[in-house]
Design a binder for this molecule. Structure first.
Ligand SMILES: NC(=O)c1ccc[n+]([C@@H]2O[C@H](COP(=O)([O-])OP(=O)(O)OC[C@H]3O[C@@H](n4cnc5c(N)ncnc54)[C@H](O)[C@@H]3O)[C@@H](O)[C@H]2O)c1
Length: 300
């Protein structure tokens, strides 16, 4: 018995890295999985279909069912075909894991227009387009009086939550994904669809330089194995997580933080307008006990 027996899932960008482990784990928990991957390089070029095919082969060898889908998730029609493929092949859709992504890190003053456009498109539109088509499907089923238990699990990043130098395009997209998560959670709750996001850390081709040293586990536990991240995603996909929505989680190794939304760190109140001169005099009160400088990156 798996926790996802009878469910049908889509995982985008599932040919490699974190998405691959998510697809394999959802399948091992009983879900039928559409393994989406356009087969892009880290920078978003090319169309190598082999990695997604290998994930499907591995799932089938393990006794579950899976299909490849090679849609570009940032294409409106491609995302529609992806959702339709799940419904037509496996008869339904229960879980959408938005994970596909690319990287073009540059300082803002060195960034090309295409670096901005492509990263925003693949991450932000690449999350919204499949979510839109899945939402149309779930809303239609709910309005037809059918039971719906939908799940969207988005992939944000600490860069998007805290801002990271050299990642203006990526952090803007990932911050947008966190905001999109709150909007979709508010809109789709009435149709029994939960929407959450994760901000993972894992050793993949996206981070192999960053985490290669840290990845050397000394105690036998590989904290940067993407398998660690997949466990939380699989849990959020289950019926046991039906009461969790609009939440974000920072996750790596055995550490999970539920981060919620933005929280005030200081406040000023009165029943009249503040002038700039008065704000200059009151800034100490606004930031009483906390720094007024750039907030620290990350929580640990
Ligand atoms: N690895 C980390 O530590 C880390 C940290 C924070 C966030 N993330 C996020 O996790 C997600 C997965 O990253 P990863 O580290 O596994 O990277 P990865 O490069 O190993 O995998 C990303 C996959 O997405 C696919 N892809 C790219 N563009 C696509 C498109 N338009 N349509 C369909 N598929 C597409 C690629 O072909 C690739 O297989 C990304 O959204 C990334 O931003 C990763």
């Amino acid at each position: 018995m798996g926790m996802l027996d009878g469910k049908v899932a889509i995982v985008t960008g599932a040919g490699r890295g974190i998405g691959r482990e998510e697809a394999l784990l959802l399948a091992s928990q009983g879900a039928k999985v559409v393994v989406n991957d356009v087969g892009a390089s880290l920078q978003g070029e090319g169309d190598d279909r082999h990695p997604a095919g290998e994930v499907v082969d591995q799932i089938r060898a393990g006794g579950s069912d899976a299909e490849v889908n090679a849609s570009d998730v940032s294409s409106w029609d491609g995302a529609k075909e992806l959702v339709q493929q799940a419904i037509e092949t496996f008869g339904r859709l229960d879980i959408l894991v938005n994970n596909a992504g690319i990287l073009r890190d540059k300082m803002s003053f060195n960034m090309e227009e295409s670096d901005w456009d492509d990263v925003i498109r693949v991450h932000l539109k690449g999350h919204f387009a499949p979510s839109h088509h899945a939402a149309v499907y779930w809303r239609g089923r709910a309005k037809a009086g059918e039971d719906v238990s939908g799940r969207i699990i988005n992939t944000s990043s600490e860069a998007g939550l805290f801002g990271n130098a050299g990642q203006a395009n990526y952090a803007a997209a990932k911050g947008g994904i966190a905001s999109l998560t709150w909007v979709l959670a508010r809109e789709l709750g009435r149709y029994e669809v939960t929407v959450n996001s994760i901000a993972p850390r894992a050793r993949t081709r996206m981070t192999e330089e960053l985490f290669s040293e840290m990845a050397k586990a000394t105690d036998g536990f590989d904290r940067f194995d993407p398998k660690n991240v997949a466990q939380l995603v699989a849990f959020l996909a289950t019926d046991d997580a039906a009461d969790i929505s609009g939440q974000n989680f920072i996750v790596y190794g055995g550490d999970i933080w539920a981060t919620g939304g933005f929280h005030p760190v200081g406040e000023l109140h009165r029943d009249s307008m503040w002038t700039p001169e008065e704000l200059a005099a009151a800034k100490g009160e606004l930031f009483k006990g906390v720094s007024s400088g750039v907030p620290p990156f990350a929580i640990a």
